[in-house]
Design a protein around this ligand. Structure first.
Ligand SMILES: Nc1ncnc2c1ncn2[C@@H]1O[C@H](COP(=O)(O)OP(=O)(O)O)[C@@H](O)[C@H]1O
Ligand SMILES: CC(=O)N[C@@H](CCC(=O)OP(=O)(O)O)C(=O)O
Length: 298
């Protein structure tokens, strides 16, 4: 946490005053923040994150948090002796795995974040996409090239879903009552099957449906990096697609950038990928002149 005793009261007042135009820009706007499992890191940073979210709510912004938990799911599956594999950046999810995914995401992680936010003076409500039929999903399909035969084949990802409908009834109620929604990325199919959804994809769908002013994706790297590992501060959709095609953007960064492109197409005004391990990353991004991560624009 910032040590306020190292700066003078006048400087503190100046800092607050300089934040005014930013606060006015986001007044009464909805901002979706995706908090990745890697970014959650240590307790102090997670608590500082929670405090920032409460500060947003206090300044008349409507924050909606979507959290991940990939590393935490991996730890629990390992403890239980369940082997887990990924295809195209998505966890292949069988019947045993979906039970653990739901337990970790909608259970421990969701309630921990709710606890931190409430401890900081907010009123958080922890939900997942199944609540109020908020996010409906269809089974995700992916094709992969077999390394031996070089033939493209369909991979069965099991209970992995992709959002196809977002019902905003419940979210709008919460936002209207100044409650802070904390969402775990699980959804239900039309038939009532629970699906595991990539948290970036889930956040993009929610941000798109809400026509959010900003979508912030907090991860464990400073943003999108070029081939020499230097931060790219701004990226157009066209250049982002080029970097995916030439392999500069790979692994977990692919669904992140694809989410950004989708969200922009759905009317979200600005999307940023930034380092959530940096303390007060959200405040730095929204309330100072210095953007911290990669801004992706049309
Ligand atoms: N061009 C790139 N720039 C930054 N990170 C990249 C890039 N290509 C691949 N990555 C990888 O993407 C990871 C972020 O995705 P992921 O691990 O899924 O994060 P999270 O858990 O926050 O969703 C980075 O840690 C990095 O290893
Ligand atoms: C289908 C799929 O891969 N779902 C993810 C959901 C959690 C997630 O996305 O967490 P991060 O944001 O921390 O990566 C998973 O099972 O790991």
């Amino acid at each position: 946490m910032t040590d306020a005793t190292t700066i003078s009261p006048l400087d503190q007042a100046r800092i607050l005053s300089e934040a005014l135009p930013h606060m006015q820009e986001y007044d009464d706007e909805t901002i979706v923040i995706k908090y990745g499992g890697h970014a959650m890191g240590d307790e102090d940073t997670a608590k500082a994150f929670a405090r920032d979210i409460v500060l947003l709510e206090q300044t008349a912004i409507n924050p909606v948090v979507v959290h991940g938990g990939g590393p935490q799911i991996a730890t629990m599956l390992k403890r239980l002796g369940i082997v887990s594999e990924f295809a195209a950046g998505l966890r292949i999810t069988d019947a045993a795995t979906i039970e653990i995914v739901e337990m970790v995401l909608a259970g421990s992680i969701n309630k921990q974040l709710v606890g931190y936010i409430n401890e900081a003076g907010g009123k958080a409500v922890g939900l997942c996409g199944k609540d109020g039929n908020m996010v409906r999903a269809v089974k995700a399909t992916r094709t992969m090239v077999d390394p031996d035969s070089h033939i493209e084949k369909v991979v069965d990802l099991g209970f992995v879903g992709e959002p196809d409908k977002v019902d905003l009834t419940l979210l709008n109620q919460l936002i209207g009552y100044e409650l802070i929604p904390i969402l775990a990325p699980l959804a239900t199919s039309k038939e009532g099957q629970t699906f595991n959804v990539n948290a970036d994809t889930f956040a993009g769908a929610v941000a798109g449906a809400l026509k959010a002013k900003r979508l912030l994706l907090l991860t464990d790297v400073p943003g999108v990096l070029d081939k020499s590992k230097k931060l790219i501060p701004e990226l157009s959709v066209k250049d982002a697609r080029k970097l995916i095609a030439d392999g500069t953007i790979s692994g977990g960064m692919i669904p992140k950038v694809e989410t950004c492109i989708y969200a922009l197409e759905q009317g979200v005004q600005g999307v940023v990928i930034l380092d959530g391990k940096v303390q007060h990353a959200v405040l730095l991004e929204l309330f100072t002149n210095q953007g911290t991560g990669t801004l992706i624009h049309k």
